[in-house]
Design a protein around this ligand. Structure first.
Ligand code: CS2
Length: 496
């Protein structure tokens, strides 16, 4: 490991020729986007597209200013500062080949917890035409029961009191737009890039609710000067491991403290509603549509639900990675049956052949043995994922008096997941902001299964449905007495 090169601007010139180095003069790039939440996903997706646009199409007006708001983001903020915003994107193809690309589109970075006013000031400057977000499902603070913005969430409540030291994105945006309004500056677009239904409409509604409560005089200005397009984002991006970091050192002599690993597939579809202009994203394959709903629904209900299902079921069987579960015929047969029987019939305006092809493609992506996507990533915060990814299918099936067998089996397995022990007696970690409540209610369900449904508010619409309750109890008792794989074999033969 001689001549180990720390990744930064100066060292890019000396990097191995096998790495795709940025062909970008960064001094010429102006910031046009502020992105909140510098997650791996953002770095594999939106920042990648902007990089491509700058490099291949000479787009100089939409460099990214990264802004992190969470205490837990300190590490990535420090690393990006150290590395001049540069990082390696490692694209792992299904055939085992890999592409290494240094991404250079993040040109500024701010860290809210260190200096909230500086972050607010930056968001208020008129060069920022788009504020994009990846704040994860739980960053939206939606009420578990109503799905509406939760004004009583402790962090939200704190922000309504401590306005200039906010913790939530809502607090930051409010103060930034207050400044823009007072200074007579233009507004901008808020672009959500998270996996939630109608992500633009949701952030808009939540933000307006927050502003109405905290700075009501800002609301009319906001209505005139901001837009909130819905978007569908897609690229499987894994948790970076020490092995990924070591491999870069050994193979290319690069010391990148936080590279990002992802699959080759990538998609971004957006409603074209940008009040202050946007880059020519079409040039790098981004699609613009009038109505995002069909794209978003298929992605959430097939890909994201599929992920969660393999994550929960696979963990119970002792698997650790998505590809292990996706290459096990019993699990895949179950997933395909769920999609065919309970998901697809609800997409009445989409051609069934296209749905079949989409499902096939998604499962092929799950089978990629090289990306090592961990089940712990998939199962993390599943209390805010399952209600978005799986419940809508169950609810539609109930409304249409159609099968809910596969979906209910998944919910029963999800309850068993909170026992925290797989079928081989090994315990696994549960990472969820509601983990205490979920573990406690799963424990209660050993005596009375109904309590898992009654004591978790997100079951509100389902808990009163007799058939759902009955099938949930039935599958839970089977799952608690029989290993998951045996249950799936029986389920797949329609014998359970
Ligand atoms: C995953 C997503 O977190 C999850 O549950 O399903 O992160 C998924 O990998 C991405 O949405 C793919 O675009």
């Amino acid at each position: 490991m001689s001549n180990l090169l720390y990744l930064n601007t100066e060292n890019t010139h000396s990097l191995s020729k096998d790495i795709l180095k940025p062909k970008i003069d960064r001094d010429k790039i102006k910031t046009g986007i502020a992105h909140i939440g510098l997650s791996n996903f953002h770095r594999a997706h939106q920042a990648y597209y902007i990089h491509e646009l700058i490099e291949k199409h000479d787009e100089l007006n939409f460099g990214i200013c990264g802004i992190d708001l969470l205490e837990s983001d300190r590490k990535i903020y420090n690393i990006l500062k150290d590395q001049d915003g540069l990082y390696t994107l490692v694209i792992k193809n299904a055939d085992g080949t890999q592409e290494y690309k240094i991404i250079a589109s993040i040109i500024e970075y701010f860290y809210g917890p260190e200096n909230p006013l500086a972050a607010i000031e930056r968001l208020a400057r008129p060069d920022i035409k788009i504020i994009s977000l990846t704040i994860a499902e739980d960053g939206y603070h939606l009420n578990e029961t109503t799905g509406e913005f939760n004004l009583t969430h402790p962090k939200v409540k704190e922000d309504t009191i401590s306005k200039f030291n906010p913790k939530t994105v809502f607090g930051y945006l409010t103060q930034a737009f207050m400044l823009r309004k007072h200074r007579g500056l233009p507004g901008c677009t808020i672009l959500s890039c998270d996996n939630i239904k109608a992500n633009g409409a949701t952030i808009k509604k939540s933000f307006y609710t927050y502003v109405e409560k905290t700075e009501p005089s800002l609301l009319p200005w906001l209505k005139k000067n901001t837009s909130f397009p819905n978007s569908m984002v897609d690229r499987i991006t894994t948790v970076t491991t020490t092995k990924d970091i070591e491999l870069l050192k050994e193979t290319y002599n690069i010391h990148d403290q936080w590279p990002v690993v992802c699959e080759p597939f990538s998609k971004w579809i957006i409603e074209d509603d940008f009040i202050a202009g946007r880059p020519d994203w079409d040039k790098v394959g981004i699609e613009f549509v009038q109505d995002i709903e069909p794209y978003e629904n298929t992605k959430l209900r097939i890909l994201n639900a599929g992920h969660s299902i393999l994550g929960i079921l696979g963990t119970l069987n002792g698997y650790k990675y998505v590809h292990e579960v996706a290459n096990d015929e019993h699990f895949i047969f179950f997933l395909e049956s769920f999609i065919k029987t309970e998901v697809n019939p609800n997409f009445q305006n989409i051609d069934q052949h296209n749905l079949k092809a989409y499902t096939k493609e998604v499962i092929e992506r799950f089978k990629n043995t090289h990306i090592n996507d961990s089940l712990s990533r998939i199962c993390k915060e599943s209390s805010s994922k399952i209600p978005i990814f799986v419940f809508p299918t169950l609810k539609d099936q109930i409304t249409n008096h159609q099968s809910i067998e596969y979906g209910t089996f998944v919910i029963a397995a999800w309850c068993k997941y909170y026992d925290g022990i797989d079928d081989f007696g090994h315990s696994f970690d549960i990472q969820d902001s509601l983990s205490n409540q979920l573990i406690r209610t799963a424990a209660l369900s050993h005596q009375n299964p109904q309590l898992f449904l009654e004591k978790n508010a997100f079951f509100k619409d389902l808990v009163t449905h007799d058939l759902f309750q009955e099938r949930f109890k039935y599958y839970l008792s089977k799952l608690r007495s029989t290993p998951i794989k045996e249950c799936l074999v029986l389920m797949n033969k329609k014998m359970l």
